[in-house]
Design a protein around this ligand. Structure first.
Ligand SMILES: Nc1ncnc2c1ncn2[C@@H]1O[C@H](COP(=O)(O)OP(=O)(O)O)[C@@H](O)[C@H]1O
Ligand SMILES: [Mg+2]
Length: 272
């Protein structure tokens, strides 16, 4: 017992709870800032092409300007729809979550950055059960992994995002693979350490070189009773895999109460 009758265990527990809360808040904050930034870019495009259209009276220039404005506005619509979708379906608590939808919403936000750095993004979304996760936090992990992947490909390259079920493990797996520089085997054991970084300082997008990203990813995944795995080959690329728990039937809020008593195919025990 320490002073005030609070045991060390209790203090650790309280601090962990505070950390969890802070992480939820920061995941949300980062999302708001990424989204606002993206939205601002769209507005800049609209404003510039509207000015261009006003300056040039010929039909061809005006058509081009209107075309670009329409493109930007449609993108803005996608962004707000995905944010609204997030707000509706995600509190700060864990809930059955469609990871494919989460990936799609995240890609909308990363589209411009990836194009800027000549990174092609491909996704393979296999039919999978919902995962029991806090969507905002998993999205934060995904943003971190994609930013790391992008930073590992200074000459551009490819990112593959794959979702696939692992029925034997009872998980849905989310993989982010890049064709970047890879991680030397002597560095690999350290990448999840807090403040471990091999980057020189903030990169052009201001997000590199703090060494916080992967340690936060690991903490978030561990809080979900999930696993994070990494495989890497120098000069070939790196793949991170998140193994996330599948949402159980009773965690589906949409499950009608009346149905619960009826045995389903999975819950029927073998005849003795
Ligand atoms: N996809 C990747 N390819 C190559 N190296 C990576 C990749 N992801 C992470 N790393 C390595 O792990 C280190 C730690 O990553 P992270 O915790 O996100 O910190 P930061 O990105 O701020 O350096 C990076 O500095 C880099 O050396
Ligand atoms: Mg990082």
């Amino acid at each position: 017992m320490l002073e005030g009758g609070v045991s060390l265990d209790e203090q650790v527990k309280a601090l962990k709870e505070e950390l969890r809360h802070a992480q939820k808040m920061s995941a949300l904050g980062e999302l708001v800032s990424t989204t606002t930034h993206e939205f601002n870019n769209v507005l800049t495009t609209i404003i510039n092409y509207a000015k261009l259209g006003l300056r040039n009276k010929d039909t061809a220039s005006r058509d081009k300007a209107l075309d670009r404005i329409l493109g930007a506005a449609l993108r803005a619509e996608k962004i707000t729809n995905s944010v609204l979708g997030m707000a509706r379906s995600r509190g700060s608590d864990r809930a059955p979550t469609d990871l494919a939808k989460l990936v799609e919403q995240t890609l909308v936000l990363m589209e411009r950055e990836m194009r800027k750095y000549r990174v092609q993004v491909e996704s393979q979304l296999e039919p999978s059960p919902q995962a029991y996760v806090c969507g905002n936090q998993i999205q934060q992990v995904l943003l971190n992994l994609m930013t790391n992947a992008r930073q590992a490909m200074s000459q551009g390259g490819r990112i593959l995002i794959r979702i696939a079920p692992d029925p034997a493990a009872g998980t849905v797996d989310l993989m982010v693979r890049d064709t970047g520089q890879g991680i030397p085997s002597d560095k690999l054991p350290h990448i999840f350490d807090r403040f471990y970084t091999t980057k020189q300082g903030p990169d052009a997008s201001g997000t590199g070189g703090t060494g916080v990203g992967l340690s936060m990813c690991r903490e978030i995944i561990e809080q979900h009773q999930g696993k994070i795995r990494v495989e890497s080959t120098v000069g070939v690329g790196t793949a991170f895999t998140l193994k996330l728990p599948v949402a159980k039937q009773e965690q589906h809020s949409s499950t009608p109460v009346a149905k619960l008593g009826i045995p389903t195919a999975e819950s029927v025990s073998p005849a003795r």
